[in-house]
Design a protein around this ligand. Structure first.
Ligand SMILES: Cc1cc2nc3c(=O)[nH]c(=O)nc-3n(C[C@H](O)[C@H](O)[C@H](O)COP(=O)(O)O)c2cc1C
Length: 352
């Protein structure tokens, strides 16, 4: 097995064992406002969302997890069945291994076979050769291309990249030739005002903020390389709530996916209310695939969506546009951070 394929299995094992954090996502300091006279019928709550030209039943993305080693097609198949049955989007894990060794392509292509009409995202490093990025899109007839930014992870990995000098130039080249929209995705350390400013200058219209507080790739790599000294980076990154609001501040009129430790129905609805267009969830789906059959994965996901609709009813939002007009109160550390960064948080509290 190649080092890359081995790494895929190790990532899964460590992700299943390492708890989220230690940094907090910040959602404890984000409050939705209960509406006692909401006057809505739960059956009328509409959560449909048009993403990349296709209709989702709920703005949820099973975020990039895996593929690229023999045996991993089983995980991708179950995820694709859940995405198809629940009407949500799916991203595959990094396709680099299959770009090096085409015999591994089937571990990714299974998602398109199982879910021919669904929204499926390709995934490669933002540093990949642009021609290979196009091959990744073709491999799974992808609707969009996630380019992942994982500088922190690379620095901790003994075999990781050290030179990021051509990162922006490479993103620009890929964007110019990509037949599908390019989505810039962090993997758990968050996008900042400064990062988004640079990406907006390249004309990027899709962001996955990948904030800190959920799956921690510093912790996963430290566990994999158990001799690294860089334990300081365990606590590195921009909490999800802060990263989301910084990105919203700079990237208005773009499509923004909130992700990074967003695991509960309430945190999903908080993200959508703040202004995210969709929410990405990764490790909880891995845990489901690890412990449940496909029917239970579907039931669990449908139940999550139902609970989100109940919360929408409780704040008086009949659809996703209404939800973004409802007040959201931001307190504590996120408020303090955002205010010193020049972002007005009161506008969220005074809505409606
Ligand atoms: C086992 C595992 C493998 C992952 N592989 C990738 C990957 O190949 N490409 C990528 O962009 N993100 C990858 N991620 C990161 C997730 O897509 C996501 O950004 C991160 O886990 C934070 O979301 P979460 O807190 O919902 O898990 C992986 C995550 C896990 C747990």
């Amino acid at each position: 097995m190649s080092i890359r394929s081995l790494r895929k299995w190790q990532h899964i094992q460590h992700a299943l064992n390492i708890p989220p954090g230690p940094k907090a996502t910040g959602f404890r300091d984000v409050h939705l406002v209960h509406h006692a006279v909401s006057c809505l019928d739960l059956n009328d709550i509409n959560t449909e969302f048009m993403f990349l030209g296709k209709n989702l039943k709920f703005p949820l993305l099973i975020n990039a997890l895996t593929g690229g080693a023999l045996g991993l097609e089983k995980i991708n198949k179950s995820l694709a069945v859940a995405a198809r049955e629940c009407g949500i989007a799916l991203a595959v894990g990094s396709q680099s291994a299959a770009l090096d060794d085409p015999s591994l392509s089937s571990t990714f292509q299974i998602v398109r076979e199982v879910n021919p009409k669904g929204v499926i995202l390709a995934n490669v490093s933002a540093l990949v050769n642009p021609k290979l990025a196009l091959q990744a899109v073709e491999m799974i007839a992808a609707d969009g291309l996630q380019l992942h930014l994982n500088l922190t992870q690379e620095l901790i990995m003994a075999e990781g990249d050290r030179n990021f000098g051509r990162l922006l130039e490479n993103i620009k080249l890929i964007k110019e030739i990509s037949p599908v929209p390019v989505i810039i995705k962090e993997v758990g350390f968050g996008l900042s005002l400064e990062a988004v400013n640079k990406l907006m200058n390249l004309g990027i219209n899709f962001y996955d903020i990948g904030g800190a507080g959920g799956t921690n790739f510093a912790a996963i790599e430290i566990a994999r390389n158990n001799n690294v000294n860089n334990k300081d980076l365990l606590n590195w990154g921009i909490p999800t709530v802060i990263s989301l609001i910084e990105t919203l501040d700079r990237a208005s009129n773009t499509t923004i996916c909130a992700s990074g430790g967003i695991y509960s129905p309430e945190d999903i609805v908080k993200s959508l209310a703040l202004g995210a267009n969709l929410v990405g969830i990764a490790t909880p789906f891995l845990q489901l695939v690890n412990s449940q059959n496909e029917e239970n994965i579907i039931n669990h996901t449908e139940n999550l969506i139902k609970m989100c609709k109940e919360i929408m009813l409780l704040v008086g939002a009949q659809n996703l546009n209404n939800l973004q007009e409802k007040p959201v109160v931001i307190t504590g550390f996120p408020r303090e951070w955002l205010e010193v960064r020049g972002i007005d948080v009161q506008k969220y509290a005074l809505r409606g």
